[in-house]
Design a protein around this ligand. Sequence first.
Ligand SMILES: *[C@@H]1O[C@H](CO)[C@@H](O)[C@H](O)[C@H]1NC(C)=O
Ligand SMILES: *[C@@H]1O[C@H](CO)[C@@H](O)[C@H](O)[C@H]1NC(C)=O
Ligand SMILES: *[C@@H]1O[C@H](CO)[C@@H](O)[C@H](O)[C@H]1NC(C)=O
Ligand SMILES: *[C@@H]1O[C@H](CO)[C@@H](O)[C@H](O)[C@H]1NC(C)=O
Length: 493
Amino acid sequence: MNKCLGPLCILLLVLLVEAAPQGSLITHLPGFNGNFLSNHYSGYISIDGNGENGKNLFYYFVSSERNPSKDPVVLWLNGGPGCSSFDGFVYEHGPFNFEAAKSKGKLPTLHNNPYSWSKVSNIIYLDSPTGVGLSYSKNITNYLTGDLQTASDTHAFLLKWFEEFPEFQANPFYVSGESYAGIYVPTLVFEIAKGIRSLTKPVINLKGYLVGNGVTGSTFDNNAFIPFVHGMGLISDTMYEDVQANCKENYDYDSNTEDDTCSKSLEKVSRVVADLNVYNILEPCYHDPEVARNKSSNLPLSFQNLGKTERPLSVRKRMFGRAWPFRAPVRDGPVTLWPQLMAADLGHVPCVNDEVALAWLNNVEVRKAIHVNQASNTWELCTDRISYEHDAGSMIPYHKNLTRLGYRALIFSGDHDMCVPFTGSEAWTRSLGYKIVDEWRPWDSNEQVAGYLQAYENNLTFLTIKGAGHTVPEYKPREALDFYSRWLEGKPI
Ligand SMILES: *[C@@H]1O[C@H](CO)[C@@H](O)[C@H](O)[C@H]1NC(C)=O
Ligand SMILES: *[C@@H]1O[C@H](CO)[C@@H](O)[C@H](O)[C@H]1NC(C)=O
Ligand SMILES: *[C@@H]1O[C@H](CO)[C@@H](O)[C@H](O)[C@H]1NC(C)=O
Ligand SMILES: *[C@@H]1O[C@H](CO)[C@@H](O)[C@H](O)[C@H]1NC(C)=O
């Protein structure tokens, strides 16, 4: 290659490196003054070929900063349903740390993120399903969807994406996500595996999947909550004994509404934890200053100042998402979207701070730079534009099937998340009955214990991240990059 210097060679090199679709390369980003550490691409893929009236899925692709031609390709999905994967890009493991502007609505400043997952992988952030984030259709019938349709649409997206980026077809491929993506990930991996069996082209080099603080099925999700709040010291032994006795150790909120003593005990529990930050019980709850000011007559000053911090690039005090499990458990049928929950549940201040992402992704120049179409909606972190049906049931049969087929799985949990607590993920991974091959032990990062893990046969690993909340890399970026890179490389974590 070093002998190749003429203009023809340069043209050849450009052709080799950039098989990517024309116009998808990002050349600059408002708010960022440095050099890109790798190539970034973004744009739409029309999965049905119906143009503006069809399903146009938006992706932002960050190629690896290490070895893009060899490193794995990882698809990232945030949950909701209805939440944009720019949550992962802006707040969790994207290539930049976003520093808020001094005044509201102004452009944030972007700094390179030393713990970006693009340090060791090529990563696709996808807004899915259609209607979420920057993905859109002019025919809103396309905003009615569910688990199975979403999995099939995302599979269609991937096949087209790999057609447009053929240079990545041979790389190992993984699917990852968190929260409601506990449903998106296994259902999608199942579709991809089916496609591989039926020799669908292009062949995706599927290796496995990762789920962080993921929803799995109502039984495990709902029964995780009481042991968690008790173990964390948030309810007393007496309350724990009461709720155990009255609910007969079945804490499934809805199925107990007939049973008065059980619902009363559960209500009592829910009252004492109601003001905590559900996404990380150690963090304060962010209160919108305007809302706090309106309530100032009956709130102490200390309460209004909650969420203020000295840290220059603080984590958000509470992430937008769904209040699993006791407010709206995941059940078969239509899923209530988060903005709808808020409207129905007055008095529950949502503690949301998504200002940086809102300001950046709705800026005209940013949208131009990342190739956002005029027809795209205003960007929101989580939307109620879509109607979503949970129609895939429990994820246990999916996990059994996929791990037995030889796909690797990493199930990780921030152990201070009350939204989808680790107790549920620990219980369901154990319930598969696989032989333990690496018994419960601490794992390290930066010469400190970073959490615990237990590994099972069939390449299934359950891992906790000590002190992290619902969105693990947001709270523990260094630790997250450590377990992520070790696991992808197949090394012991
Ligand atoms: C919108 O989509 C639905 C379902 O695919 C289809 O039946 C209808 O004809 C479409 N409408 C337009 C205006 O394209
Ligand atoms: C604060 O109160 C004013 C007047 O009652 C109202 O118009 C405004 O919407 C409130 N703001 C918020 C954020 O609740
Ligand atoms: C997984 O599911 C597929 C499709 O239903 C089926 O053909 C296959 O036998 C299953 N494999 C295992 C190991 O359960
Ligand atoms: C686990 O994954 C490795 C590749 O990392 C593979 O060689 C091995 O066969 C897998 N084990 C099982 C039980 O599927």
